[in-house]
Design a protein around this ligand. Structure first.
Ligand code: CIR
Length: 281
């Protein structure tokens, strides 16, 4: 860990608020119907529609970024398209997850190899740390760590040690949904989109107490609180008209391009918009 830590500190550079230039994505597994789910969906996953929706997501990223690297799916890992959970990227360094669900462990292996091949310094959390990337919200000013059923305090402590004061690391309890980013994401460096639910409001209160100064954009649909900002485009979930009105007004105010994607089949496996890619800056 020490040698790797040294490499990390040498390589460390903060340009967290710049626009991403590479996305790594992963194809949808042929076993996607067996993905983990908090609750069984009332209408089962339509695999071919899920594939179409995931392809449209990847196609959209290709129009917004200079480079998109697409990894092959793994039929042994039904959740492998949710690549965000396998690693976090901070500055020039990747920290590889020890994923909280045993069924998902191993998804990180080809991701780490891809990052290494790109020349990125790769560090690994040590046992018994447990972390899913969906619990890590990087606003460039703070690294909020969702303490959830997937991510533990030991992971937070390790991240704090690795980051060595270069960005403030703050733990936020997650009391609803799967991950921290199931309820909150960044629309820009000062605006956090938050689910207007008890769990979302608890997160907002915790952030306001520990790190005042953010604006909050509350949306009534929890799923809609997961948005993906790439350059001047804000990607949001289609099919949530009340939340859509709020995003339209926000984008008009900020001069952003609003794009809506229908991800109905991925939502059934608790997937959202950030979870389908790893963004490199
Ligand atoms: C899981 O339970 O791990 C997957 N079915 C969903 C993961 C979604 N990941 C994310 O939002 N970062």
């Amino acid at each position: 860990m020490k040698n790797k830590l040294f490499l990390f500190l040498v390589a460390f550079g903060f340009h967290l608020s710049a626009d991403p230039n590479i996305a790594i994505v992963r194809e949808l597994s042929s076993a996607f119907e067996d993905s983990l789910k908090l609750n069984p969906p009332p209408i089962p996953i339509d695999l071919s529609l899920a594939k179409e929706q995931h392809e449209r997501y990847i196609d959209l990223l290709k129009t917004l970024l200079p480079k998109v690297i697409c990894l092959d799916a793994d039929p042994k890992h039904p959740d492998c398209n949710f690549i965000e959970d396998t690693a976090i990227l901070i500055g020039d360094t990747a920290i590889i997850s020890r994923m909280g669900a045993i069924e998902r462990q191993g998804e990180e292996i080809p991701v780490a190899a891809t990052l290494e091949a790109l020349g990125i310094a790769v560090l690994r959390l040590q046992s018994p740390a447990s972390m899913d990337g969906g619990d890590i919200l990087n606003t460039a000013r703070h690294l909020f760590i969702g303490l959830s059923s997937r991510t533990n305090q030991i992971a937070l402590n390790e991240l704090q040690y690795i980051l060595d004061g270069k960005i403030e690391v703050i733990g936020i309890p997650v009391t609803e949904g799967l991950h921290l980013k199931s309820l909150i994401t960044c629309a820009d460096s000062e605006t956090l989109v938050i689910a207007d639910t008890p769990g979302g409001r608890a997160i907002q209160n915790a952030i306001e107490a520990a790190a005042p100064g953010y604006d909050f954009l509350a949306v009534p649909d929890p799923v809609a609180s997961n948005v993906l900002r790439i350059g001047s485009t804000l990607i949001v979930q289609a099919g949530f008209p009340e939340s859509e009105k709020i995003f339209k007004a926000f984008c008009e105010r900020k001069g952003l391009n609003l794009v809506q994607l229908d991800m109905s089949e991925l939502i059934k496996a608790d997937g959202a918009l950030t979870c389908g890619c790893l963004l490199l800056y």
